[in-house]
Design a protein around this ligand. Sequence first.
Ligand code: UD1
Length: 345
Amino acid sequence: MASYLVTGGAGFIGSHLAEEPDSRASQRTPEVMASYLVTGGAGFIGSHLAEELIRRGHRVRVVDSLITGKRHNLDHLPAAEFVEGDLADPQVAVRAVDGMDYILHQAAIPSVPRSVKDPVTSNRANIDASLNVLVAARDAGVKRVVYAGSSSAYGDTPTLPKREDMPTRPLSPYALQKLVAEQYCQMFTRLYGLETVTIRYFNVFGPRQDPGSPYSGVISLFSTALLEGRQPVIYGDGGQTRDFTYVANVVDGVLRACEAPDASGEVINVATGGRVSLNELLKTMNIIVGTDIGAIYKESRAGDVRDSQADISKAKRLLGYVPIATFEDGLRRTLDWCRTSVVQS
Ligand code: UD1
């Protein structure tokens, strides 16, 4: 979250800018108010979805086990109804979907190395819970489920950028679990007529991404290291590349997927369409922070993918999606947020 000064903010154009500094979403026709369940809504991406939905005037319920989510991520959203529960319990899923129009299924244990270390726990969170959500959604007659898929499904297939019709080759339990759940989504669409859309995320980053665990996303770990004057760790030679995607882009893509008429049953990449190596990432972050801190290089991680980059033409075609924030803009906003949270903690 960045800080903006709007000079002349009490005027005609200025007051509009003050109302919405960084989202083009409001330029679209206002939707009728609807009810959204955000599973994993106390997590990083889920809390951003909940925030934007409330800003648009919708009713939001969040269900979260708080295994990786944090209750305080919703402190600024008193309008969100909060249900604490683990969706691996089918009864929790039934209660959570009751009365909802749309389900944004974000709940997961989102880590490649954590899944390598403990595949059973991540299987429960990433597959069992997803199946429970789909069954409950089917029985409750919800309008559409939008599922948080993952670029990890592509694995190390040689061709870049990754298109949705390319073969998958999961390299870790996490990647396999995300792929299984997206195939469950497609199967539920074919078998039961439940509308589902899978959005494959590519290394999402932004404010509220938790840097507090060795399994955290690399940008959150690099941010806190640089701001605290520590050397970050790079696993491997740092030449591996990622399509790092600022969270506002994902929020826009997911909310478009709720209503796009031709998206049901589809798997769609949402990313920026570029790729940046870890060495380049660290260099750019050093420039933004004003530091010159080198990395400590360690052995590559098991299950790690070498290169990842999305083809986003399907998202453009089916969702009208174009990235609303660049990688550099996103980095600046994320580092601004980290500065305030490092100072506060
Ligand atoms: C993967 C998925 C991503 C998913 C994420 C969930 C791919 C291509 N991407 O991300 O879509 O959202 O899992 O967790 O599979 N690294 C360091 N130092 C660190 C931490 C990480 O060098 O301190 C390296 C990792 O080895 C990796 C890269 O940074 O090469 C990115 O790691 P991470 O942020 O954990 O995400 P992925 O595993 O790429």
